[in-house]
Structures are given as C-alpha cells and as structure tokens.
Write a protein that binds this ligand. Structure first.
Ligand code: ADP
Ligand code: SF4
Length: 695
C-alpha cells in the first residue's frame, strides 16, 4: 500500500475539543439528509460509513429540541424523549465502533417553524415574519417564560444527547434560526435586556450555552455553529459582531463552527462559487478565540486542506458534501490514494433530496443513503457469482461508466465499454461545457481513473454499434446505456404536443445538443424556450448571452429554472441571468415557431405575444434513445442464438432522469448482476414505525 504523502501529515494530527479528542482534523459537520430519527438504521449506516472512512467526528443534521421547533414536511432529527434517544443511539454506536466522535446539532428554528405538525405558534425574538417560509409565519415575540422554556429544552435535549451516547453537542446561533434571531438586529427589535446592544442580543445565546455547560459538565464537548453575514445577505452577524460574540462566549464553547449564515451561499454549488469559497470570509477568527475552529467550503483537495491548517486559518477541515460524495476521503488520503478520492461536483442534488423532506442521494456516490437499506458499501464489492461472463456495455455516459466501474470491481471476466463518441461521458460531458458546470466533469474523471486501474475493463471510444455489431460482438451479457436526446419538435409537459413550426432540422431551430456540438444560432436574437426547468435552459441562455446574443428566456413556470430552488441555486443563477440582460418571460408558453420568431401566450393575460427572434433553442423535454433496445429486445431468440444470455438497459435510455439517477441505475444493475432477475431491482429495507409503538 502506498504511504501517506508527508505533506498531509498535518491533517492527521489529533485535536482536543474540551473534554474530547478528535483523532485527526477531518470533521463531518452537521448536514441534512432526510433520515432524522425516523430512519435510525439509515442514519446510523450513513454516518457510520463515514466514521469507518476515517472522519474524526460525524454529526447529525439539525435536531429539533421541541415540538414547537417544527418544520413538518422537512425531515430533521428530534430529541424530545427516550424513543428519540434509542433511535439516535444506533448512530453513536456505529460512530464509536469505528473510532469517531458523534455530534448532534440541537436546533430551534424560531420563526422558521411552520407548526404544521405541532399546531403551536412559532417563537422568535420579535414578531418579524420569516421570509424563508414565504412570509406567512409571524412568530410570537418570546416572553420571559418562553425564554426560560426554550433554555430548559436546550438543557433537556443536551442531557438526552448524552444518554444517546453523543460526544459533541451543538448550540446553533446560525443559519437564521432562533439563536441568530436574537443575535441579529435584522430579527431582534426588542427593547428589553435581550435586545439592543450586542451584549444584550447575545444574552439569550450566552445564558443558554451556560446552562447547557452546567448540565453536561465535562461529559460532552460543546460546539457552536455561528453564522456570518456575507455576500450582501441580511442573515447572520457582520464580521466584527461575530468576533464580539465569539469573545463573549469563548469560555463556554469548546469548538467554533463558522459558516456563511445564508444557507444558499454557505452550501453554494460549483456553478456559483469555487471550492474554499468561505475561507476569505473568516481571516481573523483565530485571533478572537482560544478554541479550535472548523470551517467548510466544499473542500476536497488535501493540498488546499493542508494549506488551510498551515496558514492557521482553521484547526479542522469541515465537510458536509465532500463527506457524502466520498465517505472514505480521509482514509484515501491517509493511504496515499488521493486519486481515488471521489470529489464532490457541487451540484446540490443531495440537498434537493435530503433537505426537502426526501431521502439524501448523491450524484457522485450512488451508495449514499443506501448503506443500510440496500446494504451497499461505497468501497466494498463482492465477487459476482457470474464473474466468468463477459459484458458489453453500449454507451459511456454516467450510467454506462458507473456500471462498468462496479462490474470491474466485482471481478467480471471482461467488461467492454463502447461509446460512439470519441469523448467519453455522454450527457455529463455536454453539461460540463455550460457556464459554471466544469466541475461536473469529476463525475467522468473519477470513473475513468478507476477503470484505468481495472485490468478487466476496456474502454472503447469512437465506435458506434448497431444491433448487428452487438449481436456479433461475442459478449455473454449486453447492457444498453445509450442515453437520451432533447426533443427536436418541442413536445413538452405543458401541451404534450409538438410545437407548430418547431423542427430542429430547420436552420433557425436548435436543440441544446446542437448548440453544444458547436452549431451557432442564426442571427443575434435567440429565444430559449425552457419547459424543463433545471440547468439546461438557464445554461443555454447564459452561454448564448455570453457569446453576444440577445436572449429571451421563455418558461411556463413562475420562475426561471424552478428546480434550482431545491438545489439552493436560484438566487445566484437569477442574479446572473438578469445581470446579463437576458429578457425573462415567465408563465409564458410558446405556441408556434417561425423563421422570424415565436408566438407565445401568457398563462393568465389574454392575447398573443409575438417575440421576434432569429433562432429558437428548444429545451423542452428529453426522449430516451431506446431504438437499439426495442430492436434487440424484440429478438431474444436471435440473441440467444448468438450466445447472448442476457440483455439489460440502464440510465436515460430507460427514461431520461437526472445524472444521479443514471449513475444509480448503472450501479444498481452491477450490484445485482448475479441476482435471480437483475432487470428488476431487489427490494430494500423500509424503516417504518411498529404498530406496537403507536398502540
Ligand atoms: P446516461 O445518462 O444514461 O448514461 P448519456 O446520454 O449520458 O446516458 O450517455 C449515453 C452515451 O451512449 C452517449 O455517450 C452516446 O454517445 C452513447 N451511445 C448512444 N448510442 C450508442 C451506440 N449505438 N453505440 C455506442 N455508443 C452509443
Ligand atoms: Fe456533492 Fe452533488 Fe453529491 Fe451533493 S449530490 S455531495 S453536491 S456530488
């Protein structure tokens, strides 16, 4: 095994936080996942895998301390009673078994509480509505009794955290939640001893932390996650005030976890911020504290990490997404296998799923969230029972690449991955050409590095296979991963019909693939019609605007790129689209395309709208490239005669979905290639409350 590069030794030094010792400097900060306390096995499996992968600490997502801190619809952890203690105990046991500390992030949302489950009113420092929930939650300003109650709840939850086996308990004056709603004058309009001066605004946080400290003594380390006002946001504390609070509370806190307070700029995507984007915001934090500091910034490079520690900026390398993308990141660095680190691509699909009440998934790491329920380990693969077979995979997009990688790791005798294009990567290679999306190439690059190491996998680019060539290839198993393409006729989710005049064979009509392949839209004025609502529509608009076109972006949705709300990108993407002078027409449908422009209609305003344009780019919907499948599937006897025992299809040629699902599909088939019927996914464990518990 190669040795660890001595330049990274500094990352493996132990760090003391109060009464506890971290075995190294890799710290998985709290992050949402959609597991909470309702999926205890999944929670334990996910965090435990990271502990096994070398992280010194693994933390929960935010953990509600009271039914009044209620974000029904979103899934968070809870520490209300012994039942929650038992559920979270699974996670702490897993962490400890692998030598990591376990942390829990106590949380009270204050005005960011909808009360949809508890039916209790939201609380805050003042009666300022929460725009985060849409402005309709007006919280009750906390009276003295409310303040004592919430402080008691922090104490009780801290004691339950200790009972559950946690080593670190977080207090959370960050991300605009209740404790920040006291600290920040943007929320706090009080005139009593909890409002006004910084000392007064800090009182609630200080008292609460002091009470937690008294309760847990030296049994637990106390971490505080504190939020900075940055990048033009209202949320958080300005730098000087943040340092002031750190000085006031330093004697109570064992670890400072610093972050940009406004979450979309904290968990920023690669499209919007480069890696290590938070560092410049905290130049002086260490001058104001005697305690260790952890910070984040989608850090995946050990060189950057070591430089941060050496510079004295922070003591610990915090990570949420990099730890999801590669739970074994620390171990790989330690074992001198840096090239094996599966770097996060910064797409925030994890957040789109994990935060919004669903289960966390990851584009790069298809095993994330599947550790327990499907029993998938990110690094361990069993030898396939049918490993003597040879496999032909047609299509080297994310589905085909992942499938080849996993089949290779499962020891299949020979795996050939053939792609028509000389450039491997399919739709990901295309997407990565859009402004800001170059990091998405990591999805391809990591798999190419793995395949390079697998002697049983051969990559054959630049070769298009037809049905005859596939029959003659000589493979035992054939897997089609031929992908999808954008519709050339404008069929879309609004009308379910082609758009009259929309035909990508015409010179003034283009699909995204044509633009990305180098075809230039005619003239200067371009309409981009986006009914898809994710990255391609805004990506096309931005690309063409940057090339000097006058772009009109038309969408039937109420906002541009509506899916980007889930990935936290919408604000910065909007900033760029409007900043480029792109003419945005929302709630508008294109009804016809002609040589001089399009005819459109607003959803509610009567009358037709004529938009003059020299060209139109159709980002309506994709269609599966299933032709080969139809042909081969219709001739199973012919395949058998050629010695082909099995035919499967994966990814977008089944039906077009996001890249994460294409990767998952390729992984799933490879994991189950020796199952009785690999075409049908095996069942997985569903975590459900027992009937007795409800009785
Ligand atoms: P997915 O997301 O399912 O992986 P993509 O559209 O990203 O699908 O990739 C599909 C890949 O399949 C593309 O790189 C394309 O060049 C390749 N492909 C499609 N048809 C053939 C074929 N007949 N022979 C070889 N490669 C093909
Ligand atoms: Fe990173 Fe995307 Fe995976 Fe999230 S889903 S961890 S952003 S690669």
């Amino acid at each position: 095994m190669p040795a660890r590069d001595p330049r990274y030794d500094i990352l493996f030094e132990p760090v003391r936080i109060g009464p506890k010792t971290l075995r190294n400097r890799f710290f998985q900060v709290p992050h949402c996942c959609g597991f909470g306390t309702v999926k205890p096995g999944t929670q334990a499996g996910h965090r435990g895998t990271k502990a096994e992968g070398g992280w010194a600490a693994v933390c929960t997502e935010y953990c509600s301390i009271s039914p009044q801190a209620d974000v029904a619809g979103f899934v968070c952890a809870q520490l209300f009673d012994d039942h929650d203690v038992r559920n979270l105990r699974l996670m702490t046991d897993e962490a400890h078994e692998h030598g990591a500390l376990a942390g829990v992030q106590l949380w009270h949302g204050g005005s960011v509480s909808n009360g949809w489950e508890s039916r209790l009113p939201a609380l805050s420092s003042s009666d300022m509505a929460s725009q985060e929930l849409g402005g309709w939650v007006v919280p009750k300003p906390m009276e003295a009794a409310d303040i004592r109650q919430v402080q008691r709840e922090h104490v009780e939850a801290s004691l339950r955290a200790r009972d559950a086996g946690f080593d670190i308990v977080y207090v959370y004056p960050g991300h605009g939640y209740l404790l920040m709603q006291f600290l920040s004058p943007f929320h706090n309009k009080r005139t009593d001893e909890y409002g006004g001066s910084l000392e007064n605004r800090a009182r609630f946080f200080l008292e609460t932390t002091e009470m937690m400290r008294e309760a847990v003594g030296d049994d637990l380390a106390i971490a505080a996650r504190i939020g900075l006002q940055a990048m033009g946001n209202e949320s958080g504390l300005p730098e000087e005030e943040l340092y002031g609070v750190v000085e006031l509370a330093d004697h109570l806190v064992d670890l400072w976890d610093v972050a940009v307070d406004h979450w979309p700029d904290d968990s920023s995507t690669s499209r919007n911020q480069p890696t290590d984007h938070e560092g410049p915001f905290f130049p002086d934090i260490k001058r104001h504290t005697s305690k260790p500091v952890v910070g984040v910034g989608r850090l995946t490079s050990p060189d950057t990490m070591a430089a941060i520690i050496r510079s004295g900026r922070w003591d610990l390398i915090g990570a949420a997404r990099p730890s999801i993308s590669d739970p074994y990141l620390p171990r790989k660095i330690e074992e001198g296998r840096v090239e094996d680190v599966r770097e996060c691509i910064g797409c925030n699909i994890c957040i789109a799923r994990g935060e919004w009440g669903r289960q966390l998934i990851c584009t790069q790491n298809p095993t994330a969230g599947e550790e327990y329920r499907r029993g998938w380990h990110p690094e361990r693969f069993t030898q396939a029972a049918n490993a003597a077979k040879s496999v032909l995979i047609v299509g080297g997009g994310p589905a085909g690449l992942e499938c080849a990688t996993v089949l290779g790791k499962r020891g299949m005798h020979a795996v050939h991955l053939v792609d028509a294009s000389r450039e491997i990567g399919g739709s990901v290679a295309q997407a990565a050409k859009l402004p800001g999306l170059s990091e998405w190439r990591r999805l391809i690059d990591w798999r190419l590095v793995q395949i390079e190491k697998l002697r049983n996998v051969a990559l054959i680019p630049g070769k298009r296979l037809d049905a005859g060539a596939i029959r003659d290839y000589g493979a035992d198993i054939v897997i089609l991963a031929t992908g999808s393409h954008w519709r050339p006729d404008g069929v879309n989710g609004v009308t379910h019909a082609p758009i009259p005049g929309a035909d990508a064979a015409l010179p003034h009509v283009l699909t995204p693939e044509q633009v990305l392949a180098g075809e230039k839209p005619a003239g200067t004025r371009v309409v981009v019609y986006d009914t898809d609502g994710y990255y391609m529509g805004v990506g096309m608009a931005e690309l063409l605007a940057r090339r000097g076109h006058e772009v009109v972006l038309v969408t039937p949705d109420s906002d541009i790129s509506s899916f980007s709300e889930y990935t936290l990108e919408l604000e910065r993407v909007s900033e760029r689209i409007y900043g480029l002078g792109i003419d945005v027409r929302t709630q508008t449908t294109v009804e016809a395309v002609a040589a001089g422009g399009v005819t459109a209609a607003h959803a509610y305003r009567p009358g037709e709208v004529a938009i003059e344009a020299d060209s139109v780019v159709l980002v309506t919907q994709r269609v599966a490239d299933a032709g080969l499948w139809v042909e081969l599937d219709g001739d199973r006897d012919g395949l058998a005669a050629e010695g082909i025992e099995a035919l499967y299809r994966i990814g977008d040629c089944v039906t077009p979905r996001i890249h994460a699902e294409a990767v998952f599909d390729g992984h799933r088939l490879a994991r189950e290639i020796d199952a009785e019927n690999p075409a049908v996914a095996l069942t997985y464990v569903r975590e459900r409350p027992e009937a007795e518990a409800a009785a």
